[in-house]
Design a protein around this ligand. Structure first.
Ligand SMILES: [Zn+2]
Length: 118
């Protein structure tokens, strides 16, 4: 077993690899994003797209949501930080291991965000 020299993640995590310095692939990717992406420029691009597609009368953007934190964060930020009117969609799977948790998360998401949801 190997342990990341930066974050202490262990090598039993699926798909995790280590470089010659003992740093895990998640830490390598985090460092690459931090140093190679111009986040200020990306934010301006996002704001430009929001301005272009914000209508104030209809839905401005369609967001697929799963009930997880990633899609919920995207929907919340687009509505409350960037003034968009999102339409969130969720396609339920007929068989889901975590269906009870997903349903609970989606219901909480609906209540807390006031985002229209189908
Ligand atoms: Zn790491």
């Amino acid at each position: 077993m190997q342990i990341c020299q930066k974050c202490l993640m262990i090598s039993t995590r699926p798909r995790l690899t280590f470089d010659d310095s003992g740093v895990c692939s998640a830490c390598q990717w985090a460092e690459e994003k931090r140093t190679s992406v111009n986040w200020a420029k990306r934010l301006q691009e996002l704001k430009s797209y929001c301005d272009k597609y914000r209508t104030m009368t209809n839905f401005d953007v369609v967001i697929p949501v799963s009930g997880g934190k990633d899609s919920s964060t995207v929907a919340y930020k687009l509505k409350h930080m960037y003034g968009m009117n999102p339409l969130c969609i969720n396609i339920s799977q007929s068989v889901s291991v975590n269906s009870e948790m997903n349903d609970r998360n989606l219901n909480t998401f609906r209540l807390l965000t006031s985002i229209f949801f189908v």
